[in-house]
Design a protein around this ligand. Sequence first.
Ligand code: NAP
Length: 284
Amino acid sequence: MSKGTVTRAFVVGHPIAHSRSPLIHGHWLAEHGIAGSYERIDVAPEAFPDFVSGLPGSGFAGGNVTIPHKEAACRLADALSPRAAKIGAVNTLVVGADGRILGDNTDAPGFIAHLDQSLGADWPRATGGTALVLGAGGAARAVVVGLAERGVARILVANRTPARAEALAALEPAQARAIAWEDLARWLPETGLLVNTTALGMAGQPPLDLDIAGLPGQAAVADIVYVPLETPLLAAARARGLAAVDGLGMLLHQAVPGFAAWFGVRPRVSEALRARLVADIAPR
Ligand code: NAP
C-alpha cells in the first residue's frame, strides 16, 4: 500500500446490518494502524452480478460475501481457489492488480484453525479419527472439506434431508459417508469429534435434540452456531466433561486470509478481539 492511499474492503450480503465482520476487521485496522476501511454493503440478489462486475476500478481491494450471495459469487468470480471450487461457495473476493477477481472459501480453514487452537494440533489422532457432522448446508460443505484436508480418516454426515447428506459426502468420497439421522445414537460411541452445522441451537431455533451420553470420554464437541455462544449442545458437552469448541472462533479465523490479502498484514485472533465479539453477542 503506498503512503496516502486508503485501502477499502467490504462485506456484501442481503440483509447485512447483522454482520459482525466490520467489528473484526475494524479491530485489526486499528490494531495495525492501517488507513483502510471495511464497509457493509447491502446488495439484493438481482443486483449482485453488476456489483461483482463493477469491482475492478472501484477502489475496493476485495471483500467478504455472505448470505445469500456465496453461491452466486462462486459463479461470478474470474478464478476460484481449488477449495472454493470444491465447496461451491465463495466468502472472500480479492481484486487482483490486473482487475481479475479471485474467489476463495476461508470458512473451511477458519473452522480448522479454531479446532487446532482449541484442541491442540494433535486432535485428529487424539479424538480417534472419526468425525460426525450434523447438517449438510453451506457451512457443512466447508466443514467437511476442511476436515478432509486436515486428514480426518472417517467423516460421517447426517442430515434431516438424507439426499443432501449423500451429496455432501460425495465431495470427499475417500473419507466421508452419509449416515441416517435416525441412526445417530448408534454412531456416537465411534465418534471422536461431533460437529453441529445445523441451525438448531441458534437463538430463535429449537435446540438440537440429541443425547450425547454415548460419546466416548475423549470426544470433543464443536458447534458452529455462535449466537448464543454457549449452545445447549456445548453446555451438555461441558456438563459431561468433554472438550467444547464454540462457533465464534470459526467466524474470527475465517476473516484472517481476507484481511491479509486486502491490507497486506496477517492479523492475529487475539483474546482482546474475541472479548469484543463476545461482548457484542452477549444479550443486552
Ligand atoms: P443452510 O445452508 O441453510 O443449512 C442449514 C442446515 O440446518 C441444513 O443441514 C438443514 O437441514 C439443517 N436444519 C435446519 N433446520 C433443521 C431442523 N429443524 N432439524 C434438523 N435440521 C435442520 O445454513 P448454513 O449456511 O449451512 O448455516 C448453518 C448454521 O451455521 C447457522 O446457524 C449459521 O449461523 C452457522 N454458521 C456459522 C459460521 C461461523 O463462522 N461460525 C459460518 C457459517 C454458518 P436440511 O438440509 O434438511 O434443510
